[in-house]
Design a protein. Sequence first.
Length: 207
Amino acid sequence: MSQSTSVEPAIAPEDSDRALLYGFVGRLLQAAPDAADLTVLSKISSDPEDTSPIGNALRSLTALAEEVTSEDVLREYHDLFIGVGRGELVPFGSYYLTGFLNEKPLADLRVSMSNLGIERAEGVNEPEDHIAALLQMMEGLIQGDFGHEVPLSLCEQRSFFNDHLAKWAPHFFKDLAAQDTSRFYAAVGVLGQAVIDVETEAFEMIG
C-alpha cells in the first residue's frame, strides 16, 4: 500500500512499538524473508524477563530464524499461501468471512480505504484484504501516514481494526499457528495472534 512521504509527527513510544509490530508481521506475510532478512531477524534481541505472549513469540521466532534457510522458508511460503491453484491457507478477509474471494468485506474495506486516503500500490494485483496489507494499513494509520497530518485517534484506529481485522484475523492466525507445513510460519502465527489479542484487549478499554 502506498504511503505519504510527508514528515511524520512524533508519536508515543508505545504507539511506535505497536506500529512496528504490525509492520513486522505484515512484511513476513507479504513475502518470504530472504537470507539477509533472516540474519537480521535472528539478531533481534528481546528482554529475557518479558514473559508476555508477544515477548515469548518473538524469542521463538528469532530462534527459528537462525535454524531455517531462505530456500526452505520460500518453499514453505509458496506451499502455505500460493500453491498450485491455491495455497494451504487463503489469507484474505473475504475468504475467511464468506468462503469466497472479492466479496462484500473487500468492498467495505475499499470504502474505508477511500475515506482514509489509503491508495492501492501500483503493481499489486491481489485484493486489498490480504492479511499483510491490512496489518500494514494499521501500521500506517498509527504512524500518521497516508497523507494524514496526525495519526488517527485510538477510536478511529479501533473502528478500522474492528471492521477489517478483528472479525477474521484471530481465526487466520490460529490456523497459521496450527499448520505443520512450516515451523517458521507457525511461529509467525503465534506472534500475530498475540498482537491481535493485545490490541483487542486495549481497544476494549477505550471508553
